[in-house]
Design a binder for this molecule. Structure first.
Ligand SMILES: Nc1nc2c(c(=O)[nH]1)N[C@H]1C(S)=C(S)[C@@H](COP(=O)(O)OP(=O)(O)OC[C@H]3O[C@@H](n4cnc5c(=O)[nH]c(N)nc54)[C@H](O)[C@@H]3O)O[C@H]1N2
Ligand SMILES: Nc1nc2c(c(=O)[nH]1)N[C@H]1C(S)=C(S)[C@@H](COP(=O)(O)OP(=O)(O)OC[C@H]3O[C@@H](n4cnc5c(=O)[nH]c(N)nc54)[C@H](O)[C@@H]3O)O[C@H]1N2
Ligand SMILES: [Mo]
Length: 638
């Protein structure tokens, strides 16, 4: 699902191949239509009774919940409440930790608030220059491209992607070196005299400390580390001085230093005077259908609804009042830590397929095998569902009401268009069924009723939805915060002040660290991972659609022809890509524009084609984001 420009569309893009074919999954023969208990069809009552009775046999913190950024706001909210009120567990997190968390952490540090784009998408149309750091929207967000038509593009990507093909300037750093590049660009901007000193003085704090580090990153030093020439760095800063936007994607963010890397991009944007003005800014391009709303309403380990912090006493009091409880668990563990924790006995998964998508996937798979109870709600038999003790068949996008929040913070209605097949129930009905068996009320099944409660729970929080109603969403465009029913919403944040108490944006002093696992003699290449147009995420959905599978049928690895030749590999042959954690079998694609020191793997394939058998679960200290985008590998003939 994706929500771009107010329209909820199937598939991550608009008029892309996936969008046209996602309807196929609604009546796909592989669609799950009955609950399964150890693979055998059972009634909903039987499955619910079984799960509830098992849950009762564990301590609260032995039961974990794993959610997803594709869930509607209502479901994400209900899931967070279900964990804390019905299960009384602190152990909940979600796949957005793998997706948005570094940008969110850096946005909070710099601006005091995290909203993917603090301005409407359409503002990009007035830009002279847009810098895309680690984002490939030509494949991952095709409808978004039309907002970039008027601008010159600077694309920062180790690969020459279809997005890079459209760029005025393509900078091709080694994977994991964006932070050094951003420092080099800040230094270059200083030398070239394009810093906005007036803005730095009046709208920011902390420049001196950030500069103390950037001062050591003269362009030639950044060139040595990143491979991007000093001349290209100069060209980039001159393009950026003006009406410009700096936007980051997963390529910059999914690193063990992801938060600092985004901070470095924001520092550059601040030094050029871009954020908090019309016609320029910084933003992060959210990923999943509800990547934004999914990170606001409490399925995150450290969070309560309304983007509140779970360790903030005032936030806890407010939410406990709304929920009618006198106790709440504290913060839990982050996604990877939760998925691999050996003190967890039962795991409930809603809207994710971590067997394919989590880092060092073999460890996660082993851990799942060792669980007492794995419960998965899905509409297809994902690789994770296939391991589950109990599978619940749930509704898909066209079969349910709800809301999603898009990357610009706009709340959008999802409308039910079809009845689900017999035997299928919604995630909300599932939560209701479990909660009532655990003797806990307060889990309505009607999305609108859940939304009414979410409004109250979010009231006064950073992402305040209290002024939003389903009725208003019929004909109004509402960007949060919307603190009252007569408030018009907030399309542009930060124009007068940033969200820190002093109203200033903060430079965060950061330095380059490089990949957690540098290449060496044994593993001389750097593998990076990402997406292709035709497949979505773990592929659970798109690998079931004939047309998409035909277009990209199997795992492959992109390699520079010289690198392939050195490993004795030819285009079309089979390779093993090997890291310290595992081995992937992939067809070789020779790509002359590839850096000779790097290879690329899509992460959409299962089994021994899982890119995540290789990836390094080194976690960012702030966001707990794993290092999906760089690990050391070697190539072998298969
Ligand atoms: N077709 C399709 N569309 C999707 C999805 C999908 O699975 N398929 N998923 C959706 C989701 S959840 C998300 S999060 C978004 C993600 O959207 P993007 O962020 O655009 O996707 P990625 O392919 O993960 O990464 C983008 C680029 O980062 C580059 N990269 C790798 N390492 C580095 C590095 O160290 N530095 C820099 N600067 N770049 C690097 C990769 O080569 C890649 O081209 O897409 C959404 N849209
Ligand atoms: N190596 C590598 N790994 C990555 C990434 C990378 O770039 N490289 N990217 C990471 C990112 S950004 C992301 S977002 C994750 C995504 O990876 P996952 O979290 O695995 O996401 P999906 O493959 O979309 O899995 C969603 C599952 O939930 C089901 N589902 C969809 N909607 C609903 C719903 O409403 N309710 C329920 N109950 N189920 C639903 C789908 O059928 C599917 O099986 O992968 C991460 N993993
Ligand atoms: Mo994502």
């Amino acid at each position: 699902m994706s929500v771009i420009d107010g329209q909820v569309r199937p598939g991550p893009g608009g008029l892309c191949q996936k969008g046209w074919t996602a309807g196929e999954l609604l009546r796909h023969p592989g669609r799950l239509t009955t609950p399964l208990l150890r693979g055998e069809p059972v009634s909903w009552d039987e499955a619910l009774d079984f799960v509830a009775s098992r849950i009762r046999s564990y301590e609260p913190d032995e039961v974990a919940v794993f959610g997803g950024g594709g869930l509607t706001n209502e479901k994400a909210y209900a899931l967070g409440k279900f964990a804390r009120v019905a299960l009384k567990t602190s152990q909940i997190d979600y796949n957005g930790r793998f997706c948005m968390s570094s940008a969110a952490a850096a946005g909070n540090k710099a601006f005091g608030l995290d909203r993917g784009l603090p301005f409407p998408l359409s503002d990009l149309r007035s830009a002279d220059t847009v810098l895309l750091a680690g984002s490939n929207p030509a494949e991952t967000m095709p409808p978004f491209l039309r907002h970039l038509e008027g601008a010159r593009l600077i694309v920062i990507d180790p690969r020459r992607t279809p997005t890079a093909e459209r760029a005025t300037l393509h900078l091709q750093p080694a994977p994991g070196t964006d932070l050094a590049l951003a420092l080099g660009l800040l230094h270059t901007a200083f030398i070239e005299g394009v810093l906005d000193k007036e803005y730095i003085a009046t709208r920011t704090s902390g420049f001196v400390d950030a500069w103390r580090i950037a001062a050591q990153w003269w362009p030639e030093r950044a060139e040595r580390v990143t491979g991007v020439s000093a001349a290209d760095q100069r060209a980039a800063v001159h393009m950026l001085a003006g009406r410009s936007y700096v936007l980051t994607g997963r390529g910059s963010e999914q690193h063990a230093s992801g938060t600092d890397t985004v901070s470095a991009w924001i520092n550059l944007a601040l030094a050029l005077g871009l954020p908090g003005r019309t016609g320029s800014g910084y933003g992060c391009l959210t990923g999943q259908g509800n990547g934004q709303g999914g990170r606001e309403h409490g399925q995150k380990a450290d969070q309560l609804p309304g983007y509140r912090k779970i360790d903030d006493p005032a936030a806890r009091r407010h939410v406990m009042d709304v929920w009618g409880v006198t106790e709440l668990p504290g913060p839990g563990r982050s996604a990877y830590e939760l998925l691999t924790a050996d003190d967890i006995k039962a795991m409930l998964v809603f809207g994710s397929n971590p067997v394919v998508s989590a880092p060092r996937a073999s460890g996660v798979t082993d851990r799942f095998r060792a669980l007492d109870l794995l419960v998965v709600a899905d509409f297809v038999m994902s690789e994770t569902a296939a391991m589950a003790d109990v599978v619940f068949p749930v509704t898909q996008w066209a079969e349910e009401d709800g809301t999603m929040t898009n990357l610009e913070g706009r709340v959008i209605r999802r409308r039910k268009a079809l009845d689900p097949p017999p035997g299928v129930r919604s995630d909300l009905e599932l939560l209701h069924g479990l909660a009532s068996r655990l003797g806990v009320g307060g889990f309505p099944v009607a999305p609108q009723e859940v939304f009414e409660e979410l409004r109250r729970a979010s009231a006064g929080g950073p992402s305040d939805y209290s002024g939003i109603t389903y009725e208003r969403l019929e004909n109004e465009e509402l960007h949060w915060p919307v603190p009252s029913v007569d408030h018009p919403g907030t399309p542009r944040l930060f124009l007068d002040r940033f969200a820190h108490p002093d109203g200033l944006a903060r430079f965060v002093p950061v330095d380059h660290r490089g990949p957690a696992e540098p290449p060496d003699e044994e593993f001389p290449l750097q593998a990076t991972t990402g997406r292709v147009l035709q497949h979505y995420q773990s592929g659970a959905q798109t690998r079931r659609i004939g047309e998409l599978l035909k277009a990209v049928p199997e795992m492959y690895v992109e390699v520079h022809p010289d690198t392939a030749a050195r490993a004795g590999l030819a285009a079309g042959g089979l390779a093993h890509v090997v890291s310290r954690r595992g081995r992937v079998t992939a067809t070789v694609r020779c790509v002359p524009s590839m850096r000779a020191d790097a290879v690329f793997l899509p992460f959409h394939f299962p089994g021994d084609g899982r890119a995540n058998l290789l990836t390094n679960p080194a976690l960012d200290p702030t966001s707990r984001m794993p290092e999906f985008k760089v690990c050391a590998v070697r190539l072998e003939r298969a």
